[in-house]
Design a protein around this ligand. Sequence first.
Ligand SMILES: [Zn+2]
Length: 384
Amino acid sequence: MVDKVLPQNYADTEDENYYVCEECFLHPDIKIYIKEKGINHSCCLCHKEALCVNAVEDKGLRTIFSFLIRHYYSCLEYDNHGLNEFTELLSKDNPIISIPDGCDTDVVEYLTEDQPIALFFEPPISWPLKELGSKRWKNILSDLEQQNYDDVESKYLNKLETLIRKNLTSDYSNDYWFRARIGNEEKKMKLDEYGYECPIKSPFLGKDISAPPPSKAVECRANRTGISHLYLATTIDTAIAEVRPAPGHYVSIGTFKVDEGLKILNLCHTNILDYVSQESDYDDYVLYDIFRSEFETPLTPDKSNRYYKSQFITDIAKRCGADGLMFNSSVSTGINLVLFNTSNATYQDHQEKLVKIKKQSYRYGFVSFEKDNLRETYEEIVKE
Ligand SMILES: [Zn+2]
Protein backbone atom coordinates (compact mmCIF):
# COMPACT_ATOMS: atom_id res chain seq x y z
CA MET A 1 0.00 0.00 0.00
CA VAL A 2 1.20 3.47 -0.84
CA ASP A 3 2.16 5.62 2.13
CA LYS A 4 -0.05 8.66 2.41
CA VAL A 5 1.29 12.14 2.98
CA LEU A 6 -0.97 13.50 5.69
CA PRO A 7 -1.30 17.09 6.83
CA GLN A 8 0.00 17.92 10.29
CA ASN A 9 -3.46 18.42 11.75
CA TYR A 10 -4.58 15.05 10.41
CA ALA A 11 -7.23 13.57 12.63
CA ASP A 12 -7.38 9.80 12.73
CA THR A 13 -10.89 9.38 11.33
CA GLU A 14 -12.12 7.30 8.42
CA ASP A 15 -13.42 10.35 6.54
CA GLU A 16 -10.02 11.98 6.46
CA ASN A 17 -8.98 9.38 3.89
CA TYR A 18 -11.52 10.46 1.30
CA TYR A 19 -10.55 13.94 0.23
CA VAL A 20 -10.12 14.19 -3.54
CA CYS A 21 -8.47 17.12 -5.25
CA GLU A 22 -9.43 19.27 -8.20
CA GLU A 23 -6.54 17.86 -10.26
CA CYS A 24 -7.66 14.25 -9.89
CA PHE A 25 -11.09 15.03 -11.30
CA LEU A 26 -11.00 15.51 -15.04
CA HIS A 27 -14.50 16.80 -15.76
CA PRO A 28 -14.55 20.62 -15.95
CA ASP A 29 -17.82 20.91 -14.00
CA ILE A 30 -16.44 18.95 -11.02
CA LYS A 31 -13.36 21.18 -11.13
CA ILE A 32 -15.67 24.23 -10.94
CA TYR A 33 -17.48 22.63 -7.98
CA ILE A 34 -14.24 21.96 -6.08
CA LYS A 35 -13.00 25.50 -6.75
CA GLU A 36 -16.17 26.77 -5.06
CA LYS A 37 -16.44 24.28 -2.19
CA GLY A 38 -12.92 22.91 -1.67
CA ILE A 39 -10.49 23.31 1.22
CA ASN A 40 -6.75 22.73 1.23
CA HIS A 41 -6.10 19.12 2.17
CA SER A 42 -4.09 16.08 1.19
CA CYS A 43 -5.71 14.18 -1.72
CA CYS A 44 -6.31 10.47 -1.12
CA LEU A 45 -5.52 9.64 -4.76
CA CYS A 46 -2.47 11.71 -5.73
CA HIS A 47 -1.38 12.55 -2.14
CA LYS A 48 -0.72 16.16 -3.06
CA GLU A 49 -1.75 19.02 -0.81
CA ALA A 50 -4.40 20.80 -2.91
CA LEU A 51 -7.93 22.12 -3.05
CA CYS A 52 -10.04 19.07 -2.10
CA VAL A 53 -13.60 18.00 -1.32
CA ASN A 54 -14.46 15.13 1.03
CA ALA A 55 -16.28 12.41 -0.91
CA VAL A 56 -17.87 10.97 2.25
CA GLU A 57 -19.28 14.22 3.58
CA ASP A 58 -20.12 16.00 0.37
CA LYS A 59 -23.40 14.75 -1.04
CA GLY A 60 -23.25 17.35 -3.83
CA LEU A 61 -20.03 15.85 -5.18
CA ARG A 62 -21.48 12.34 -5.11
CA THR A 63 -24.63 13.46 -6.94
CA ILE A 64 -22.62 15.10 -9.72
CA PHE A 65 -20.43 12.00 -9.94
CA SER A 66 -23.52 9.80 -10.31
CA PHE A 67 -24.97 11.97 -13.07
CA LEU A 68 -21.71 11.87 -14.97
CA ILE A 69 -21.43 8.08 -14.70
CA ARG A 70 -24.94 7.75 -16.04
CA HIS A 71 -24.02 10.14 -18.83
CA TYR A 72 -20.82 8.44 -19.98
CA TYR A 73 -21.35 4.75 -19.16
CA SER A 74 -23.99 2.27 -20.24
CA CYS A 75 -26.04 0.18 -17.86
CA LEU A 76 -24.14 -2.89 -19.01
CA GLU A 77 -20.79 -1.32 -18.27
CA TYR A 78 -21.92 -0.25 -14.84
CA ASP A 79 -24.25 -2.97 -13.72
CA ASN A 80 -22.51 -6.03 -15.13
CA HIS A 81 -19.47 -5.15 -13.11
CA GLY A 82 -18.89 -5.45 -9.43
CA LEU A 83 -17.49 -2.36 -7.76
CA ASN A 84 -13.89 -3.45 -8.17
CA GLU A 85 -14.36 -3.87 -11.90
CA PHE A 86 -16.04 -0.48 -12.13
CA THR A 87 -13.12 1.07 -10.29
CA GLU A 88 -10.95 -0.62 -12.87
CA LEU A 89 -13.05 0.99 -15.60
CA LEU A 90 -12.47 4.40 -14.04
CA SER A 91 -8.77 3.64 -13.77
CA LYS A 92 -8.59 3.66 -17.57
CA ASP A 93 -8.97 6.74 -19.77
CA ASN A 94 -12.26 8.42 -18.94
CA PRO A 95 -13.59 11.99 -18.82
CA ILE A 96 -14.48 11.99 -15.09
CA ILE A 97 -11.62 11.04 -12.77
CA SER A 98 -7.93 10.19 -12.88
CA ILE A 99 -6.96 7.31 -10.58
CA PRO A 100 -3.19 6.90 -10.36
CA ASP A 101 -1.78 3.36 -10.53
CA GLY A 102 -1.42 1.60 -7.21
CA CYS A 103 -3.39 4.04 -5.08
CA ASP A 104 -6.11 3.13 -2.61
CA THR A 105 -9.41 3.30 -4.56
CA ASP A 106 -11.88 2.92 -1.68
CA VAL A 107 -12.99 6.45 -2.38
CA VAL A 108 -14.74 5.30 -5.58
CA GLU A 109 -17.06 3.21 -3.41
CA TYR A 110 -18.18 6.38 -1.63
CA LEU A 111 -18.44 8.41 -4.81
CA THR A 112 -20.82 5.85 -6.32
CA GLU A 113 -22.71 5.16 -3.09
CA ASP A 114 -25.79 7.26 -3.87
CA GLN A 115 -26.00 6.13 -7.46
CA PRO A 116 -29.58 6.82 -8.58
CA ILE A 117 -29.80 3.94 -10.99
CA ALA A 118 -33.34 4.28 -12.32
CA LEU A 119 -32.29 5.69 -15.67
CA PHE A 120 -29.71 2.97 -16.14
CA PHE A 121 -32.49 0.57 -16.93
CA GLU A 122 -34.12 2.59 -19.64
CA PRO A 123 -33.56 0.88 -22.96
CA PRO A 124 -31.28 0.48 -24.73
CA ILE A 125 -29.23 -0.53 -21.73
CA SER A 126 -26.09 -1.05 -23.76
CA TRP A 127 -25.71 2.65 -24.58
CA PRO A 128 -24.44 5.47 -22.41
CA LEU A 129 -27.24 8.01 -21.97
CA LYS A 130 -25.25 10.69 -23.74
CA GLU A 131 -25.62 8.69 -26.95
CA LEU A 132 -29.41 8.66 -26.72
CA GLY A 133 -29.86 12.41 -27.17
CA SER A 134 -33.08 14.15 -26.23
CA LYS A 135 -36.51 12.84 -27.14
CA ARG A 136 -37.90 16.38 -26.88
CA TRP A 137 -35.36 17.70 -29.39
CA LYS A 138 -36.16 14.87 -31.81
CA ASN A 139 -39.87 15.80 -31.58
CA ILE A 140 -39.11 19.48 -32.18
CA LEU A 141 -36.98 18.68 -35.25
CA SER A 142 -39.63 16.39 -36.65
CA ASP A 143 -42.27 19.14 -36.22
CA LEU A 144 -39.95 21.76 -37.79
CA GLU A 145 -39.65 19.58 -40.87
CA GLN A 146 -43.40 19.39 -41.34
CA GLN A 147 -44.90 22.55 -39.89
CA ASN A 148 -44.35 26.31 -40.13
CA TYR A 149 -41.74 27.42 -37.65
CA ASP A 150 -44.00 29.92 -35.86
CA ASP A 151 -46.56 27.16 -35.19
CA VAL A 152 -43.81 24.93 -33.76
CA GLU A 153 -42.52 27.79 -31.61
CA SER A 154 -46.00 28.39 -30.17
CA LYS A 155 -46.35 24.67 -29.45
CA TYR A 156 -43.08 24.41 -27.48
CA LEU A 157 -42.79 27.89 -25.95
CA ASN A 158 -44.34 26.98 -22.58
CA LYS A 159 -42.44 23.71 -22.38
CA LEU A 160 -39.07 25.38 -22.91
CA GLU A 161 -39.61 28.63 -21.02
CA THR A 162 -38.26 27.46 -17.64
CA LEU A 163 -35.12 26.02 -19.21
CA ILE A 164 -34.47 29.19 -21.24
CA ARG A 165 -35.11 31.57 -18.32
CA LYS A 166 -32.79 29.51 -16.12
CA ASN A 167 -29.95 30.27 -18.53
CA LEU A 168 -30.47 34.02 -18.93
CA THR A 169 -27.58 36.03 -17.55
CA SER A 170 -26.53 39.65 -17.17
CA ASP A 171 -22.90 38.60 -16.77
CA TYR A 172 -21.49 39.28 -20.23
CA SER A 173 -19.07 42.06 -19.36
CA ASN A 174 -16.34 42.84 -21.86
CA ASP A 175 -14.92 46.37 -22.11
CA TYR A 176 -15.35 46.51 -25.85
CA TRP A 177 -16.95 44.24 -28.43
CA PHE A 178 -15.84 44.01 -32.05
CA ARG A 179 -17.46 43.59 -35.41
CA ALA A 180 -15.77 42.94 -38.74
CA ARG A 181 -16.83 43.45 -42.34
CA ILE A 182 -14.87 42.41 -45.41
CA GLY A 183 -14.00 45.48 -47.50
CA ASN A 184 -13.14 49.12 -47.04
CA GLU A 185 -13.83 52.67 -48.24
CA GLU A 186 -11.73 54.13 -51.04
CA LYS A 187 -10.99 57.81 -50.40
CA LYS A 188 -8.76 60.47 -51.85
CA MET A 189 -6.34 62.36 -49.69
CA LYS A 190 -5.22 65.86 -50.71
CA LEU A 191 -1.43 65.93 -50.62
CA ASP A 192 -0.69 69.63 -51.04
CA GLU A 193 -2.10 73.03 -51.91
CA TYR A 194 -1.64 72.34 -55.65
CA GLY A 195 -4.45 69.81 -55.55
CA TYR A 196 -2.40 66.63 -55.83
CA GLU A 197 -4.40 63.74 -54.43
CA CYS A 198 -3.64 60.11 -53.73
CA PRO A 199 -6.10 57.27 -53.19
CA ILE A 200 -6.19 55.76 -49.68
CA LYS A 201 -8.04 52.89 -48.09
CA SER A 202 -10.00 53.50 -44.89
CA PRO A 203 -12.29 51.29 -42.79
CA PHE A 204 -16.07 51.33 -42.94
CA LEU A 205 -17.45 53.56 -40.21
CA GLY A 206 -20.64 53.90 -38.16
CA LYS A 207 -23.74 52.48 -39.81
CA ASP A 208 -21.59 50.90 -42.55
CA ILE A 209 -20.09 48.48 -40.03
CA SER A 210 -23.13 48.15 -37.78
CA ALA A 211 -25.98 45.67 -38.30
CA PRO A 212 -27.46 45.82 -41.80
CA PRO A 213 -30.97 47.21 -42.21
CA PRO A 214 -33.68 44.48 -42.28
CA SER A 215 -34.05 44.85 -46.05
CA LYS A 216 -30.43 43.72 -46.47
CA ALA A 217 -30.24 41.16 -43.63
CA VAL A 218 -29.58 37.66 -44.93
CA GLU A 219 -30.16 34.55 -42.85
CA CYS A 220 -27.48 33.54 -40.38
CA ARG A 221 -27.08 31.36 -37.30
CA ALA A 222 -29.34 33.52 -35.13
CA ASN A 223 -31.57 35.33 -37.62
CA ARG A 224 -33.83 34.64 -40.57
CA THR A 225 -33.63 36.69 -43.77
CA GLY A 226 -35.15 40.14 -43.21
CA ILE A 227 -34.44 40.15 -39.45
CA SER A 228 -31.56 42.43 -38.44
CA HIS A 229 -29.49 41.44 -35.40
CA LEU A 230 -26.15 42.85 -34.30
CA TYR A 231 -23.38 40.19 -34.21
CA LEU A 232 -20.38 41.09 -32.05
CA ALA A 233 -17.28 39.23 -30.78
CA THR A 234 -15.11 39.47 -27.68
CA THR A 235 -11.87 39.87 -29.66
CA ILE A 236 -10.74 41.33 -32.99
CA ASP A 237 -9.38 37.88 -33.96
CA THR A 238 -12.78 36.28 -33.47
CA ALA A 239 -14.61 39.07 -35.29
CA ILE A 240 -12.28 38.64 -38.29
CA ALA A 241 -12.51 34.83 -38.26
CA GLU A 242 -16.33 35.01 -38.22
CA VAL A 243 -16.49 36.83 -41.58
CA ARG A 244 -14.16 34.19 -43.11
CA PRO A 245 -11.91 36.48 -45.19
CA ALA A 246 -9.40 35.11 -47.72
CA PRO A 247 -5.75 36.16 -47.98
CA GLY A 248 -5.62 39.53 -49.74
CA HIS A 249 -8.92 40.76 -48.31
CA TYR A 250 -9.08 44.05 -46.47
CA VAL A 251 -11.29 43.82 -43.38
CA SER A 252 -12.80 46.78 -41.51
CA ILE A 253 -13.15 46.51 -37.73
CA GLY A 254 -15.65 48.48 -35.65
CA THR A 255 -15.68 48.78 -31.86
CA PHE A 256 -18.86 48.77 -29.74
CA LYS A 257 -19.91 49.18 -26.14
CA VAL A 258 -22.85 47.02 -25.05
CA ASP A 259 -25.54 48.29 -22.66
CA GLU A 260 -25.44 46.83 -19.15
CA GLY A 261 -28.28 44.88 -17.55
CA LEU A 262 -29.44 43.03 -20.65
CA LYS A 263 -30.76 39.48 -20.36
CA ILE A 264 -28.51 37.29 -22.49
CA LEU A 265 -29.04 33.58 -23.11
CA ASN A 266 -25.74 31.95 -22.16
CA LEU A 267 -24.96 29.14 -24.60
CA CYS A 268 -21.22 29.03 -23.86
CA HIS A 269 -21.26 26.16 -21.37
CA THR A 270 -23.78 23.68 -19.96
CA ASN A 271 -22.80 23.16 -16.35
CA ILE A 272 -24.06 19.88 -14.93
CA LEU A 273 -24.15 21.48 -11.46
CA ASP A 274 -27.27 23.36 -12.56
CA TYR A 275 -29.07 20.13 -13.42
CA VAL A 276 -28.55 17.72 -10.54
CA SER A 277 -31.27 18.58 -8.06
CA GLN A 278 -33.63 15.87 -9.33
CA GLU A 279 -33.69 12.93 -11.76
CA SER A 280 -35.81 14.74 -14.35
CA ASP A 281 -33.18 17.49 -14.62
CA TYR A 282 -31.01 15.13 -16.62
CA ASP A 283 -33.13 15.53 -19.74
CA ASP A 284 -32.92 19.34 -19.40
CA TYR A 285 -29.13 19.03 -19.20
CA VAL A 286 -28.98 16.99 -22.39
CA LEU A 287 -31.42 19.26 -24.23
CA TYR A 288 -29.63 22.45 -23.25
CA ASP A 289 -26.29 20.95 -24.21
CA ILE A 290 -27.77 20.24 -27.65
CA PHE A 291 -28.86 23.91 -27.83
CA ARG A 292 -25.28 24.92 -26.98
CA SER A 293 -23.76 22.64 -29.60
CA GLU A 294 -26.16 23.88 -32.31
CA PHE A 295 -24.48 27.28 -31.97
CA GLU A 296 -20.96 26.02 -31.50
CA THR A 297 -20.76 23.44 -34.28
CA PRO A 298 -19.29 24.85 -37.49
CA LEU A 299 -21.51 24.55 -40.54
CA THR A 300 -19.97 24.51 -44.00
CA PRO A 301 -21.50 27.07 -46.39
CA ASP A 302 -23.35 24.32 -48.32
CA LYS A 303 -25.18 23.32 -45.13
CA SER A 304 -26.32 26.76 -44.03
CA ASN A 305 -29.96 25.65 -44.39
CA ARG A 306 -29.39 23.77 -41.15
CA TYR A 307 -29.49 27.15 -39.40
CA TYR A 308 -33.21 26.51 -38.90
CA LYS A 309 -32.36 24.72 -35.64
CA SER A 310 -30.39 27.58 -34.08
CA GLN A 311 -32.94 30.04 -35.49
CA PHE A 312 -35.69 28.13 -33.66
CA ILE A 313 -33.74 28.36 -30.37
CA THR A 314 -33.14 32.09 -31.00
CA ASP A 315 -36.83 32.76 -31.60
CA ILE A 316 -37.83 30.86 -28.44
CA ALA A 317 -35.23 32.84 -26.44
CA LYS A 318 -36.65 36.07 -27.84
CA ARG A 319 -40.18 35.09 -26.92
CA CYS A 320 -38.94 34.27 -23.38
CA GLY A 321 -37.68 37.83 -22.92
CA ALA A 322 -34.00 37.47 -23.88
CA ASP A 323 -32.27 40.56 -25.31
CA GLY A 324 -29.66 38.43 -27.06
CA LEU A 325 -27.55 35.33 -26.82
CA MET A 326 -23.87 34.44 -26.57
CA PHE A 327 -21.99 31.35 -27.69
CA ASN A 328 -18.47 30.09 -28.36
CA SER A 329 -17.22 30.91 -31.82
CA SER A 330 -16.98 27.86 -34.08
CA VAL A 331 -14.05 29.37 -35.99
CA SER A 332 -12.01 31.00 -33.22
CA THR A 333 -11.42 30.87 -29.48
CA GLY A 334 -13.57 33.89 -28.54
CA ILE A 335 -17.24 34.38 -27.79
CA ASN A 336 -19.95 35.78 -30.05
CA LEU A 337 -22.74 37.99 -28.79
CA VAL A 338 -25.92 38.51 -30.81
CA LEU A 339 -28.15 41.44 -29.83
CA PHE A 340 -31.77 41.28 -30.98
CA ASN A 341 -32.20 45.04 -30.62
CA THR A 342 -29.38 46.63 -32.59
CA SER A 343 -29.55 49.83 -30.51
CA ASN A 344 -28.40 47.95 -27.37
CA ALA A 345 -24.78 48.59 -28.42
CA THR A 346 -23.11 51.92 -29.19
CA TYR A 347 -20.57 52.37 -31.96
CA GLN A 348 -17.32 53.90 -30.66
CA ASP A 349 -15.97 56.75 -32.77
CA HIS A 350 -12.23 56.93 -33.59
CA GLN A 351 -11.53 53.27 -32.67
CA GLU A 352 -11.95 51.89 -36.17
CA LYS A 353 -9.27 49.68 -37.70
CA LEU A 354 -8.45 48.32 -41.13
CA VAL A 355 -6.49 45.10 -41.56
CA LYS A 356 -5.23 43.13 -44.54
CA ILE A 357 -5.34 39.34 -44.35
CA LYS A 358 -1.88 37.88 -44.95
CA LYS A 359 -2.33 34.15 -44.39
CA GLN A 360 -4.99 31.68 -43.41
CA SER A 361 -4.42 28.84 -40.93
CA TYR A 362 -6.35 25.60 -40.45
CA ARG A 363 -6.92 23.16 -37.62
CA TYR A 364 -7.75 19.67 -38.72
CA GLY A 365 -8.09 16.11 -37.52
CA PHE A 366 -7.42 12.95 -39.49
CA VAL A 367 -10.45 10.87 -40.52
CA SER A 368 -9.81 7.16 -40.85
CA PHE A 369 -11.18 5.43 -43.95
CA GLU A 370 -10.12 1.91 -43.02
CA LYS A 371 -12.80 -0.65 -42.23
CA ASP A 372 -11.34 -1.71 -38.90
CA ASN A 373 -10.90 1.75 -37.51
CA LEU A 374 -13.76 4.03 -38.56
CA ARG A 375 -13.22 7.06 -36.40
CA GLU A 376 -12.09 10.65 -36.42
CA THR A 377 -9.15 11.68 -34.31
CA TYR A 378 -9.81 14.50 -31.91
CA GLU A 379 -6.29 15.74 -31.80
CA GLU A 380 -6.11 19.15 -33.39
CA ILE A 381 -3.21 19.91 -35.65
CA VAL A 382 -2.32 23.49 -36.46
CA LYS A 383 -0.51 24.27 -39.67
CA GLU A 384 0.12 27.75 -40.88
ZN1 LIG B 1 -5.47 14.44 -6.26
